[in-house]
Design a protein around this ligand. Structure first.
Ligand SMILES: *Cc1c(COP(=O)(O)O)cnc(C)c1O
Length: 246
């Protein structure tokens, strides 16, 4: 079990290096985030001990359950799931340093109010729905700049970049289009030079499409199954608005 995870991490490193080589990028520009939904704290620890310290949950409940067990090993907690406003207090309580799934104004506003009251700040990425699928969260690309401009006025929210989930498709070029949309949006936002907005991070690419994402400029790739093996719960449980289960 331990060997499997370590071997997987080695394979992933090779994949990162090869994808970077293909487009002349430096592999140090690509950070590996461990998407740990359904993965036990014990298994997550194996990767943390190996030096992979960026992890992310989709559900507050899982964050809570694994918090004590993981506390001893220094790491960075991001949040990549659909966040309901009534769970904001838990995000802060369990030391999430970046919400990658910020996709709507009311959530930003409530997050800001809570942070402001506690005299804290948090990093955020704006989640964009680049695949045009209804089941996926994220702001539409056409509305992203307006949303970002409004969110940028909240002093407690440090916008660091964009996040997307690519289309699930065997048609590589359709998947690539999603990542290009995110990259183009990043460039457009940089051109507009919006105060209080940094655009250095592009969080895109998962186990099945990480090479394409790296080729298109990903700075954070989010991997679950490639590291920990297949999950028993289908992803729709995490991604479909009607099945968020809380
Ligand atoms: C589950 C998940 C991932 C990782 O997916 P894999 O295909 O297992 O690598 C990445 N991003 C988000 C938002 C996820 O929910």
């Amino acid at each position: 079990m331990k060997e499997d995870i370590l071997q997987n991490l080695e394979n992933i490193n090779l994949r990162i290096v090869n994808a970077c080589k293909k487009v002349g990028r430096n592999p140090d520009e690509v950070q590996l985030l461990l998407a740990t939904k359904t993965v036990s704290a014990e298994r997550i620890q194996i990767a943390l001990e190996k030096g992979y310290t960026l992890i992310a949950e989709n559900k507050v409940q899982e964050l809570k359950e694994k918090y004590e067990a993981l506390k001893a090993i220094p790491h960075d907690n991001h949040f990549i799931g659909h966040l309901q406003t009534n769970k904001i207090k838990d995000i802060l309580k369990y030391d999430v340093t970046c919400v990658q799934s910020l996709d709507r104004f009311d959530l930003a506003e409530k997050l800001h109010q809570k942070l402001f009251a506690e005299n804290k700040t948090i990093e955020v990425l704006i989640q964009v729905n680049t695949s045009n699928e209804e089941s996926k969260f994220g702001v539409n690309p056409e509305n992203a700049i307006e949303l970002i401009t409004k969110i940028a006025e909240f002093s407690t929210l440090k916008i660091k970049g964009l996040m997307t989930i690519g289309l699930f498709s065997a048609e590589t070029e359709k998947v690539r289009t999603c990542f290009k949309i995110l990259k183009n949006l990043q460039e457009e936002i940089i051109r507009r030079d919006i105060p209080n907005v940094e655009m250095k991070e592009l969080s895109m690419g998962m186990s099945g499409d990480m090479e394409i994402a790296i080729e298109e400029g990903a700075t954070i790739i989010r991997l679950g199954t490639a590291v920990f093996g297949a999950r028993t719960l289908p992803d729709i449980y995490y991604w479909d608005e009607t099945k968020t289960g809380e």
